[in-house]
Design a protein around this ligand. Structure first.
Ligand code: ATP
Ligand code: MG
Length: 439
């Protein structure tokens, strides 16, 4: 019986996985220059962690959770996002303690799970890279983290991205705003989508985040959160804008951007792509400040700021822009054996020596004819082929053929034992390549 992968998941094959590795490596370099360290938390957590952390009225919790009861009757959920877990780990492991530097700058990369309708850039298992900074209320932290995201995208070759920011203020201003939204939407309640009618009762802010067309017309005229901010939040937003201006970073303030998760306070931001692969404008990276979440989860009062970016969406955008990610270096050498069992045994030993010398080496394992072995070398994009025959074995040497120019030379088998063999081999190949160029 043949099986198929679950809906909304993907197999990432070697023809794609090198791209993931490239993105991860570039990201890690950038994260490193900003002083972030990796944290790895479990792929599943208690359901209540997300229910309380992400918020009961968010789509993520109310509609998209992969949850189940385990054999011990614990209510478990596959993580739909990273922040709740990282905050839980921060509090549980007391990373706020005096022996830890402030702010703590953490990052994670890994799969997330949401029960969604799969479509371009929307999966049930997808991957996020996220960062969290704990312990700084400074607007410089907001800007630094946004800049890091922008820098990351630039390093990867993503262009035409837009930085959009907004402020959600503190709990008190949001209460006032909450009431203003209820007053505004109530008269149109029966014209709103079913979901938004529910949101109107539970969390009217969510209506602004609605993707339904019928809600959109009302969202446009809705009151703006910016008019409800208190002085501190206004100052904070102004400081963020000044810092961005000072660095000549382009951005827009969009007062309707509220984000899908409940824990944000003050600054929120998105980095969007208007690339046609997504049909309409899509968010690639999203985040913001969440100054209450750590204390809500039982830790000390700790201001925090973070973001998560979707790796599938990064890849889709890169693809659509025609950005070629560098392929990893192919095989250095493919060992072709021509002869009987003694040659095959020698080839097996040699390929092992080549690997120990630090070269990427491979050989035939199916007793194939020389022609088929050369074909394998081609398919593996080997830079060179080492040819081993009965005669060469007796002589104690092998032929080496540089594949781009087709030039050959001999190497003494005993050279394989030398500590600097990999260097000498590289020199030899360069020589063979160049000699031809001079002709
Ligand atoms: P959207 O509004 O597109 O549903 P969201 O607000 O649910 O996104 P966040 O929870 O803020 O997204 O997650 C941050 C990023 O993770 C998104 O900007 C996106 O790049 C990525 N992401 C979220 N959900 C998915 C998904 N189901 N499949 C692929 N990527 C996703
Ligand atoms: Mg979503």
């Amino acid at each position: 019986m043949k099986h198929q992968k679950p809906k909304g998941t993907a197999d990432i094959l070697p023809s794609e996985s090198f791209k993931w590795q490239y993105i991860e490596n570039v990201s890690k370099e950038v994260l490193d220059t900003y002083g972030f360290h990796e944290v790895r938390t479990p792929m599943f957590e208690d359901y209540e962690l997300f229910q309380r952390g992400v918020g009961e009225t968010s789509d993520v919790v109310s509609k998209e959770m992969y949850d189940f009861y385990d054999k011990g009757d614990r209510h478990i959920a596959l993580r739909p996002e990273g922040t709740a877990s990282v905050v839980r780990a921060y509090v549980e492991n007391k990373l706020y303690g005096p022996e830890h530097n402030k702010p703590q700058k953490l990052y994670y990369i890994g799969p997330m799970f949401r029960y969604e309708n799969p479509q371009g850039g929307r999966m049930r298992q997808f991957h996020q890279l996220g960062v969290e900074v704990f312990g700084s209320a400074s607007p410089q932290t907001d800007v630094e983290v946004m800049l890091m995201a922008v820098e990351l995208f630039e390093k990867l070759g993503l262009q035409n991205l837009k930085l959009v920011i907004n402020s959600l203020g503190d709990v008190d201003s949001r209460k006032l705003y909450h009431q203003a939204l209820v007053d505004y939407f109530q008269p149109h309640a029966d014209q709103l989508s079913k979901d938004s009618q529910k949101r109107l009762e539970k969390n009217p802010l969510r209506i602004l985040d609605s993707k339904e067309k019928q809600d959109q017309q009302f969202v446009e005229g809705a009151p703006e959160i910016l008019d409800y901010l208190d002085e501190d939040s206004k100052d904070h937003l102004e400081a963020v804008c000044l810092l961005l201006d000072d660095l000549d970073i382009e951005y827009t303030v969009d007062p309707t951007m509220v984000r899908g998760l409940d824990y944000y306070t003050d600054t929120v931001f998105e980095i969007m792509s208007d690339d046609k692969v997504f049909g309409n404008i899509t968010t690639i990276c999203a985040g913001g400040r969440y100054d209450n979440l750590v204390s809500d989860m039982g830790g000390p009062e700790t201001p925090a700021f973070g973001f998560a970016l979707g790796l599938e969406r990064v890849l889709l955008t890169l693809e659509s822009l025609g950005v070629e990610l560098p392929r990893p270096q192919s095989l250095d050498v493919y060992v072709v054996g021509i002869g009987g069992e003694n040659v095959r045994q020698a080839a097996f030993k040699i390929v092992q020596q080549l690997r120990q010398a630090g070269l990427k080496a491979d050989k035939d394992y199916l007793d194939r004819k020389p022609k088929a072995q050369f074909k394998s070398a081609d398919r593996l994009n080997a830079r060179s082929v080492m040819i081993l025959g009965e005669e060469e074995l007796e002589e104690g040497s092998v032929s080496i053929k540089e594949m781009t120019q087709g030039r050959q030379d001999k190497i003494a088998l005993e050279d394989l034992e030398r500590a600097d063999f990999a260097h000498r081999f590289e020199d030899k190949l360069n020589q063979l390549t160049e000699e031809n160029g001079e002709d």
